[in-house]
Design a protein around this ligand. Structure first.
Ligand SMILES: O=C(O)[C@H](O)[C@@H](O)[C@H](O)[C@H](O)COP(=O)(O)O
Length: 243
């Protein structure tokens, strides 16, 4: 499903309403809401809204479990750290229990070892059930990457691991990421994509030939769940269809 909005503000409001809806549905059905947050700049306005009324009071924070879709392997105090951004803008301002928030970074730990620890954490969280997030928020880079699934990387071919760490040459940093097989188990996946710079990649991802090696966001095709693309007019400007 794709929804086109006039601007980022309207897109972010719709994303906040979706977040609340999915959280309330999950708690009603399973007694908890398991979400994976995205990093980057796309979710900033959404996180800001969720920390304010009315959304702040509509999310069952006490029953919410917060993971991340990916992380840059930099300290939690670093500007580039995705968890830091979400904590500062949202999580430190809402009553989500600290022991239900799982940053994708740990001091004095090698990224590969940490990826295994995070996978074990997810296995404990989901137990014998299918590892099905209720909601995974994703951004999309102007190269068509999502989470830390970047073009031409080995992680795109991972079929069994849920979490992988690898050295991302172009950015000279390690990344830790949920893999496509795990992301695709989710009940709802929501892409937040706005800005004219995303228009070419969005056209290729949604309407171009299948080429996930080049446009990894094409890997995101949940088995039973749904993908919701929330985009603005600028990002949608090269789409042939208006959906
Ligand atoms: O760690 C990250 O940077 C994100 O997880 C990444 O996948 C992001 O969603 C895209 O790069 C889009 O970034 P923007 O939202 O800043 O355009």
């Amino acid at each position: 499903m794709l929804k086109i909005f006039e601007d980022k503000a309207k897109l972010s409001k719709a994303a906040a309403e979706l977040f609340v809806q999915k959280a309330q549905e999950a708690v009603k059905q399973n007694g908890r809401f398991t979400v994976a947050l995205t990093g980057g700049s796309s979710p900033v306005q959404l996180y800001t809204l969720l920390a304010q009324l009315p959304y702040r009071e509509q999310v069952p924070w006490e029953k919410t479990f917060v993971f991340w879709g990916d992380e840059r392997w930099v300290p939690l105090t670093a500007n580039e750290n995705n968890a830091r951004m979400a904590m500062e803008i949202l999580l430190n301002k809402v009553p989500v229990p600290e022991d239900q928030v799982y940053p994708m970074w740990k001091e004095d730990t090698e990224p590969e070892a940490f990826a295994q620890q995070y996978e074990q954490l997810l296995q404990q969280h989901f137990g014998q059930q299918t590892p099905q997030f209720d909601l995974i928020l994703l951004g999309m880079g102007d190269d068509g990457h999502t989470a830390s699934l970047f073009p031409g990387t080995e992680v795109l071919h991972e079929q069994s691991r849920w979490v992988q760490a690898y050295y991302l040459e172009p950015q000279s940093m390690y990344r830790v990421t949920l893999t496509a097989p795990l992301i695709n188990q989710a009940k709802t996946i929501c892409f937040l994509t706005f800005g004219a710079n995303k228009a070419p990649a969005l056209h290729e991802v949604l309407e171009g030939e299948r080429n996930p090696e080049k446009y990894p966001s094409q890997l995101i095709q949940p088995q039973d769940g749904e993908v919701v693309w929330l985009v603005d007019e600028s990002a949608a400007s090269q789409l042939a269809e208006r959906y």
